[in-house]
Write a protein of this length. Structure first.
Length: 278
């Protein structure tokens, strides 16, 4: 038995420190490891987290990139400390345990299982395929915001939905720019709009699924921003999960770039929320 794995000290941070650490990183700078059980993961997890339940960790750890830091969390910090010590004992150099775990997490969360939404990316073997799906998801969210702007009675809320809709147009423009930058070829909107995924928003859920999952009231500006942040968090999670399943490096790179864009969008929405609360 390798007793070192039980004696090796590990670095622990609280959830605020973990949020600060993540905010300074690109999405592919580290691995976020969730060592809870699948049902716990489905109920809510840190966006982009990879699920490896503690009882299965020794069988699955070969999938973890040893060149990147690994941030480990569970529900309250007990299982993640054991996992961190186990990984450290197996030669992983930079392990961070999140004390307090997901129960103390106050950041954005993603929902549902590891495979949710990935069917959208089945057969994605090129940059064009990956970005076409992403473009379609942005279009779906724009349509959702436009629909809500018509249904809502509050003028401030209506204006915010219109603002969010226009932000999605900018996101679509950014995807077209990414395509040209990655492939060296110009592209038109028609190329991507011909491949729309109907009734699916960012994150891989349908409008109805988002409504049932989040049950937002849409009564205040803060609630609308919170809805947008929830969708962006789900999108970040989906793109990271899809990047792990990408069939080539070009598609993986494209999805990681989109995930970093979603992370930046999420941060901007957080700033907007702060402004409304001051």
């Amino acid at each position: 038995m390798n007793w070192r794995q039980f004696l090796t000290p590990v670095t622990s941070v609280d959830t605020d420190q973990a949020k600060s650490y993540l905010s300074d990183k690109q999405v592919d700078d580290l691995t976020i490891l969730d060592v809870r059980q699948p049902k716990e993961y489905e109920a809510g997890h840190i966006p982009g987290a990879v699920l490896m339940p503690l009882p299965e960790l020794t069988d699955l750890m070969q999938r973890i990139d040893r060149t990147r830091p690994v941030m480990v969390y569970c529900a309250s910090g007990g299982r993640s400390r054991m996992a961190a010590q186990l990984l450290s004992g197996q030669g992983f150099d930079h392990i961070i345990n999140v004390a307090g775990g997901f129960n103390a997490w106050t950041g954005e969360a993603a929902f549902l299982g590891e495979e949710k939404g990935l069917a959208l990316f089945e057969g994605v073997t090129s940059v064009e395929n990956a970005l076409a799906v992403a473009y379609s998801l942005e279009a779906g969210l724009k349509d959702f915001y436009d629909t809500m702007a018509v249904k809502i009675d509050s003028d401030p809320a209506r204006q915010l939905f219109h603002q969010l809709s226009q932000i999605e147009v900018k996101h679509q423009d950014r995807i077209l720019e990414q395509y040209t930058a990655l492939t060296g070829k110009p592209v038109t909107r028609d190329t991507f709009e011909a491949r729309q995924v109907p009734e699916v928003l960012e994150g891989g859920l349908t409008t109805e699924e988002y409504a049932n999952l989040l049950m937002p009231a849409y009564d205040t500006v803060q609630e609308i921003i919170e809805l947008a942040m929830s969708i962006e968090a789900q999108a970040l999670d989906l793109y990271l999960r899809a990047s792990e399943k990408a069939q080539n490096e070009a598609g993986k790179k494209a999805l990681i770039q989109i995930a970093n864009e979603e992370k930046a969008h999420l941060a901007k929405l957080g700033q907007l929320m702060e402004e409304t609360l001051t």
